[in-house]
Write a protein that binds this ligand. Structure first.
Ligand SMILES: Nc1ncnc2c1ncn2[C@@H]1O[C@H](COP(=O)(O)OP(=O)(O)OP(=O)(O)O)[C@@H](O)[C@H]1O
Length: 534
């Protein structure tokens, strides 16, 4: 098949389609965008080219004479190749589109291909603005409504003001710290979630986040957005349950001046506000059935019609959604449309409740404290005493990370000093449960250690039996770890025996000489603990 290039093109594409006319059409369209291009008419031809060289992206028809576009996707995946893939499916074959997205396609297009959308989708896969779309933007639009001229320019102006939707959507300023790095935790569950976030951020596939309230679903959605090519574009979060039913259509799709009483000007909806970026639909299970149909249509057609408008406008948004409900059960009960569920649930990520990853509490608490103390201008950032920390790890957090956050807010206000103690947390003993962290000892009066909260917790766990340590928490420096444990045990025994070294030593089966030797070796000085010279 053919090969064409344009001078200075930074992007190379492979287009695979068995119909010569379509190949020519795609070729002409993409060459005008300045891409370097090769075409292939079959899976075999495409594989031969892919074995010879790498491309920026591969655009393939689903149905090919000697196989399917999915064969190419699977091959690229098996080789660990980086090419972005776009799949062209027959009209109405949504199964194919979903299958392609699940197989790692960045996005899909439906035949007959709308060329404007085609240019946009290719540009979006490559993280740039389509050239020819840019050329038709009316010059008299106010500056605020002009799309970014180049990707680089958009990057400088991530939060340019546009007429925003009226309520509920949150389009915050660019966070100083990426959401992925804000997602604290070392548990196996969080590590797996982090690697899934990185994986799904590379495509346009809709992701449904499932998890209890307050587990961090929105943070995960932001992390997906931040890690993908849309990071510099907008992330618009919408709480579907908070919008009155009669306003839903106008809020989602916008409206034209005069569409209804009070519509004094044209206004964008959430879709337009998120154009080029990500639309996060929180509590999607709360959307009424009538609105579910409209949403499905917009997702399928990639266009919206503002209330009172005659024509539809194309939009290019990635949809992420979240729910604390079991959407499958909602479908079975007739409260959620099966076809919309199928569309949104291409990839499902579960965000586990905090009680299933209680070992993450110290790190999350530390991060949250840094953030809220910083916001409140409190310096230095207060730290949790080991007793407070142990108490937190004995609480099941039915409200998950949000509840931990609220608790720390209150504790910060109450403590007023450099330390937050158990009493500042206001957790009654009746709510605490020893089984959460493998039987952590509630009376554990751990000594505060400079290495921070997480290590204190390790000590606590170690003091209560190393068998409780999950394999991922095994110490990396055993000698140091055992020294820390020993130091902690000595300090606790000394405290229990009012700093009498003979009694503390005896309680541990050590003579005075032995405990003195151990205290000296570990740097536990008499001054430090106020131990008496018996
Ligand atoms: N792993 C984490 N590390 C640090 N902060 C976190 C973590 N998970 C969640 N948070 C914080 O906890 C709060 C609640 O998280 P978020 O709003 O993402 O939860 P949610 O599951 O979307 O809640 P809801 O279902 O009620 O909308 C946020 O302030 C978020 O930044």
């Amino acid at each position: 098949m053919s090969s064409a290039s344009s001078p200075g093109s930074a992007f190379s594409l492979l287009v695979v389609d068995d119909e010569p006319d379509l190949r020519t059409l795609y070729e002409l369209t993409l060459m005008r965008e300045g891409y370097e291009l090769e075409t292939a008419g079959s899976v075999a031809d495409a594989l031969a080219r892919l074995q010879r060289r790498r491309y920026s992206a591969v655009i393939t028809d689903m149905r090919l004479p000697d196989g399917s576009g999915l064969d190419l996707l699977h091959w690229l995946d098996s080789q660990g190749r980086e090419e972005k893939t776009l799949v062209i499916t027959a009209y109405g074959s949504s199964e194919n589109a979903v299958e392609a997205l699940k197989a790692g396609a960045y996005d899909y297009l439906t035949k007959p291909v709308d060329l404007r959308q085609f240019r946009q989708v290719v540009a979006s896969a490559l993280g740039r603005q389509p050239q020819t779309v840019r050329a038709v933007v009316p010059a008299n639009l106010p500056p605020a409504q002009q799309p970014p001229q180049t990707f680089a320019q958009a990057a400088k102006e991530p939060d340019k003001e546009r007429p925003a939707p009226a309520t509920v959507a949150r389009v915050p300023a660019m966070p100083s710290m990426s959401a992925l790095s804000r997602l604290a935790g070392k548990s196996a569950a969080i590590q797996e979630l982090r690697s899934l976030i990185e994986k799904v951020s590379r495509s346009m596939a809709p992701v449904l986040l499932q998890g209890e309230s307050g587990t961090g679903k929105e943070l995960v959605a932001r992390a997906i957005h931040d890690s993908g090519v849309r990071a510099r574009q907008r992330f618009v979060a919408v709480n579907c349950g908070a919008i009155p039913e009669q306003l839903l259509e106008a809020e989602f799709f916008g409206y034209r001046k005069g569409a209804f009483t009070g519509a004094n000007e044209d206004r964008e909806g959430f879709f337009q506000a998120a154009d080029g970026g990500t639309l996060f639909l929180d509590e999607i299970g709360d959307l009424p059935l009538a609105m579910q149909s409209k949403l499905l249509r917009s997702i399928q057609e990639r266009s919206v019609r503002p209330v009172g408008a005659v024509v539809e406008a194309a939009v290019n948004v990635r949809i992420l959604s979240a729910t604390h409900k079991d959407l499958g059960a909602e479908v079975a009960a007739g409260r959620f449309r099966q076809d919309l569920f199928y569309r949104l649930n291409v990839i499902q990520l579960r965000v586990p409740p905090l009680r299933e990853r209680i070992e993450d509490v110290p790190l999350i608490a530390e991060r949250v404290l840094e953030r809220i103390a910083g916001d409140a201008g409190v310096s230095p950032v207060p730290r949790l005493t080991p007793t407070a920390l142990v108490q937190l790890t004995r609480y099941a957090f039915p409200g998950n990370v949000r509840e931990l956050e609220n608790l720390l807010h209150r504790a910060l206000a109450l403590s007023g000093g450099e330390w937050i103690d158990a009493a500042d947390l206001g957790l009654p003993e009746s709510l605490l449960d020893d089984s959460l962290l493998g039987g952590l000892d509630s009376s554990g009066d751990l000594m505060v250690d400079d290495a921070g909260l997480a290590r204190n917790l390790d000590l606590a766990k170690a003091s209560n039996g190393l068998s409780n340590l999950p394999p991922s928490d095994l110490p990396t420096d055993l000698a140091r770890f055992l020294d820390d444990v020993e130091r902690d045990i000595l300090l606790r025994a000394l405290m229990q025996h009012r700093f009498n070294r003979t009694a503390a030593g005896a309680s541990l089966g050590l003579s005075l000489r032995q405990i003195r030797y151990r205290m000296a070796r570990l740097g536990v000085t008499a001054d430090e603990v106020g131990a008496s010279e018996e």
